[in-house]
Design a protein around this ligand. Sequence first.
Ligand code: TYM
Length: 336
Amino acid sequence: MLTHKRIFSGIQPSGVPTLGNYLGAIRNWVAMQGKTDSIYCVVDLHAITVWQDPKQLARQTREMAAALMACGLDPAKVLIFVQSHVHAHTRLAWIFNCVARIGWLNRMTQFKDKAGKDREAASAGLYVYPTLMAADILAYHANLVPVGDDQRQHLELANDIAEKFNHDYGVAFFPTIEPLIQGVAARVMSLRDGTKKMSKSDPSDQSRINLTDDRDAIAFKIRRAKTDPEPLPEHVSGLEGRPEARNLVGILAAVTDSLPENVLREHGGKGFGAFKEVLAEALIAHLAPIQERLKRLLDDPAEIDRLLRQGAEKAAAIADPIVAEAERIVGFLPRG
Ligand code: TYM
């Protein structure tokens, strides 16, 4: 079994990254950069499990990669690449489709949420989404996966798949994955409904802060964010049953590198009007340098594409031998 640590995580190019993606995942990726071997992937194969306009998908894939770099991921220190460029993912995903049980997939809450009422009309890809996710991680024998809280169930399933593969074939080949779900913002909620997660796919743009939102848009969305009529509590216990207040306090704590209790020590007793002004200013200040870097990077799309090709080559050099070994274990005749 493995003794080294390797990080893998992925992000869908199904829209502009949101504050949820940034605070729940990307920022933690940047913080861990350089500490251990790390691999980050823009998951276009996952994105097409729901309809994507082809031109937009290509543009958004490049923009998502650029956004990761603008947030601070350095392609000289970590691998950044596009999922469909490394075929090892789909090769291993097929094997995992044959290891995973239908009963396990039926329990996935994200499938139920995304498929909605008409499950029969959902794509088969959406159903097997988590087996591809398991393949993404295990094709690199990665064992640390930094994600937001919404991915927890998928990572448990990935461990079930790895364990069943090892058991069925009598090997100790795939490692156990450890989810890294960190920080006060592991779950950033919608600005319109504090019980729903902030998401790229919410039809209302006012429900989220996009990493590319300008000053006016951020100020407007925060001003319009749903709240309750009470002033802010003095202590964290007072956030109980107040999901919108909890969310806004958590966001301010995250962008100012503080904790909810410290935010409430400073702002407890204030009404939301005053608090929202502070929050909007903090967000604008935090995101401005990222937005500037993103603009500069997108001035040279050919350079982004070159960096992504380079990332894919290095990623394939790690994943190909691991997946070839999985294929040998399964009993496929060697190709060469
Ligand atoms: P995706 O693209 O939905 O989100 C990317 C990352 O952002 C986190 N996140 C959030 N964190 C806190 N609050 C939120 N509101 C919020 N919204 C999103 C997600 O938890 C995630 O970490 N299935 C994955 C992509 C994926 C992947 C993988 C992840 C594909 N293969 C392998 C890890 C390992 C997804 O849809 O992420």
